[in-house]
Every structure is written in C-alpha cells, then in structure tokens.
Ligand binder design. Structure first.
Ligand code: BGC
Length: 437
C-alpha cells in the first residue's frame, strides 16, 4: 500500500499534445505521414479526440478532475499555415482555450513544438534548412507576442531526443531520414534553437511587462538504460549518453558535448532552462544484437518487473533516480511533464500512478525540489505510429462515437489532485474490491 503527503504548493495536472487530440488539421507532417500509410492500424490523426471542437467539454473534464495545471501544445501548422503568414483565427482559438483554463483556475503550460511541423517547413528541408532556427523563431515571436499576456510558462520542444532518433536516426517518423551523422547535426540545431527561443520568450515577456515570472523549459524524455553484462553495460551507457546526456546538457547549459559539431554554433555557456521538464515512462534492459545499424542495441525486458500492455517495464524507482541525478547536476526545480501508462482495462493504472507519485514524494522528502506532476494523458488519443490502438487516458475514448468515459483511475487521481496525499482511508475507499496494490 502507498501512503504519501505532498507539500500543499505541489501542483498536479495532465498533459496532451495538439496532433494527438485536436483533429481536423491537414497541414502538418503527421497528417501527411498518416496518408502515406505509415501508421500501424492505418488510422489518421485527422480524427483524434475532436478536441478542436470540444474545448468547453474537455476543460469541464479537467475541472472535475481537480487539476491545478494542464499542459497542451500549439499546432505550428495552424498558427503559421504558410511561411510568414500567421493565422489570427488559430491564435484566437488558442486564446479561447487558454482563457477557459484560466477561468477554471487551471494554469497552462504551453509546448511550442510537439513532434509535428507544417508541411511547408518539411518541403524546405525542416531542420536541415540552414535558416531553420530563424524560421522557427518567427513562429515563436508571433505566438508569444499574442499569447504571452495569458501564458508565463512555456516548453520550447517536446522530447527532441525522441523526435531526432525516430525522425532522423531510424526514419520511422517524419521526415523519415536515416543516419547517425544527420541526427547529430539535428541535435545541435535543436539545442541552438531552444536557446534562442528561450531568450526570445524572456525578452518578449519582459519588454511587454507581461505579468508573472517567465518560466521556460525543454521537455526531455529520460530513459533508464540498464545492462547486465560488461558488454551490455557499455551499450547501455553509450545509449544513455546519446539519448539522454547530449541534449539535456546542451539545452540546459548551452554546452555541446562530443561528438556534437560546433560549426556555426555561437552560444555562450549559461543557464537556458528555468526548470527541468522530465518525461519518464520506463527502464530499458539493454540486450546485445549483431546489428551495426542499431549500434548493437536491442531493447529487452527485465523479467523481475511487471509490464504495461505495450510491453514497457514498469519501474517507478526510476523516477526517483532521474530526479535525484538531474537535480544534483543542475540544481533546478523539476516538473514531471509526462508520466503515464497505456492500460485499457485500467487494472494497472492506479498502482502505476500511486507508485510513481510515491517516488516523487520520497524525492521531495530527500530535498529534491519537484514541483509538479503531469499525468500523460487526459483522454486516450492518437499515439503516433501506434495510431488509435493505445490507451494512455484517464478517460476512455471511443474513436467512432467520440464519446469520453471516465475510468476508475479518475476517481483516485481527482482525490490525489485535491488533497495532495494518499492515505490508508483513501486506500480503503478505493480498493475495497481489491485491485492488486
Ligand atoms: C510523448 C507523447 C506520447 C507518449 C506515450 C511521450 O514520449 O511525448 O506524445 O504519446 O510518450 O508514448
């Protein structure tokens, strides 16, 4: 049984992204990727949760969930439908959504780039275009100038490591490129663009005297890589270096670590995030494979752990480990900007949530300043290559009827959000019928 008691100023919330929830946009790279037939169940993000047309309904769900914070992303392709042309209609739509959240005392955390881009950006070479940083900054400028009076908390990029590895390393995601050297070049572009965006967001909010102190981060997907033999330990530590280390150090401090190329990079070392935004899901048990193109890396499972329905190891202690590690390195407050489980039956989700938050509570007791926890995600949504087949939502979703239906976990999470604790009494109330906990 889990028991925890978090500080009263700790904030709970949920996280979502535009392509995965909004529906209706044909101008982004994921729509194109769907039409080209890359999605396993042949579904298309044009449907998603129809969230674009259901802001009121979904904000109401959030309100009933008692969350204090909510993370969304903006769709660049809607805000800038063609290069240099900005849409008042799209920005007004987001203004409406953000105001709705604020009216309900839910503080928004806004991501500017969550894996998707306008097709026109793709057509001019995306992140390989020498002007990519300037192009992205124009979108940032327009957005922050228009929304910066309502929003003080921003995330520049969601998981640039996942995006680069899948989109430029192994070619499974748009833009479908394959190559280690290109990936490393893209890493440098992301670091540089994040830092320029960080400075620009601060500048615009300061110049305009917008209220509340500006907080900017870059959400990193952090995985724990573990090896059991000397060989797999080496591969695990290399994977950690390439997947976690290069980008977290670069975006946080501006330092480019070997083998990232310094050509054209003129950033002075400093501090370029106001909080560490960590997304955490699982631990990977690294196995050896005779495959040079994957750098001999293969993902296995730790047989001593339980797995999610996607086969991901459930390893809650890992959340404690990464928070401790990155706090000791960077001494910055931490937001858990994503943590969640795909679980249609909802039998494992309560335990997943409770065990992970217990580790957050333990870390706070040990002096690590974790300030927020955002559960991924509110409603089952469009899960990239997996399409409509996963179930990360606190709310179950029927892709045909568009109906939303609360899972049992909603009852538990809403109480945690409200009281910031989990007690014996709550346990008795929720687990009378004995979910294995
Ligand atoms: C991504 C989400 C995704 C989730 C579950 C995260 O890495 O940011 O977009 O849905 O993982 O796979």
């Amino acid at each position: 049984m889990y028991e925890f008691n978090l500080p009263k100023n700790f904030l709970f919330g949920t996280a979502t992204s535009s392509v995965q929830t909004e529906g209706g946009d044909t101008n982004n790279t994921w729509y194109k990727w769907c039409v080209e037939g890359h999605i396993k169940d042949s579904s298309n993000c044009i449907n998603a949760n129809d969230h674009w047309n259901r802001i009121d309904e979904d904000v109401n769900i959030l309100k009933n969930l008692n969350v204090q914070v909510h993370r969304i992303s903006l769709e660049w392709s809607r805000i800038e439908p063609s290069e240099g042309v900005f849409s008042d209609e799209a920005i007004n739509h987001y203004k409406y959504e953000i105001k709705k959240l604020l009216e309900n005392n839910i503080r928004p955390l806004i991501t500017l780039h969550h894996f998707s881009e306008p097709i026109w950006f793709h057509n001019i070479g995306s992140w390989e275009n020498p002007k990519c940083t300037e192009i992205f900054l124009e979108y940032v400028r327009f957005t922050v100038e228009n929304l910066g009076h309502l929003v003080s908390e921003w995330i520049t990029f969601n998981e640039p490591n996942v995006y680069t590895v899948l989109g430029y390393g192994v070619g499974l995601w748009p833009p479908g490129k394959k190559g280690i050297l290109t990936s490393l070049r893209i890493y440098t572009k992301f670091i540089k663009t994040h830092i320029e965006a960080y400075k620009l967001i601060h500048l615009i909010r300061r110049k305009n005297d917008f209220k509340d102190s500006t907080q900017v981060g870059c959400a990193m997907h952090i995985r724990i890589f573990e090896g059991k033999t000397i060989l797999t330990k080496i591969i695990a530590s290399l994977s950690n270096y390439i997947f976690n280390e290069l980008l977290i150090v670069g975006t946080t401090t501006g330092k480019l670590k070997y083998p990232l190329q310094k050509k054209g990079y003129n950033v002075v070392k400093g501090k370029y995030v106001d909080f560490m935004a960590l997304n955490y899901y699982t631990k990977i048990l690294v196995e050896f494979t005779f495959n040079l193109s994957t750098v001999f890396y293969k993902e296995g499972n730790d047989k001593t752990l339980d797995q999610t329905e996607l086969g991901w190891d459930i390893y809650p202690q890992g959340l404690y480990t990464i928070c401790k590690k990155y706090y000791e390195r960077f001494k910055l407050p931490i937001y858990i900007t994503e943590n969640g489980i795909s679980d249609k039956t909802d039998l494992k989700r309560p335990d997943f949530i409770l065990s992970h938050i217990s580790n957050v509570a333990k870390a706070i007791k040990d002096g690590i300043p974790i300030k927020r926890y955002y559960y991924w995600t509110l409603i089952d949504n469009f899960e990239w290559l997996e399409g409509e087949t996963t179930n990360f939502g606190l709310i179950e979703y029927d892709f045909k009827t568009l109906q939303r239906k609360a899972r049992k976990s909603v009852e538990i999470y809403r109480e945690i959000c409200k009281h910031k604790k989990f007690t014996k009494e709550m346990y008795k109330k929720f687990f009378r019928d004995k979910i294995n906990i």
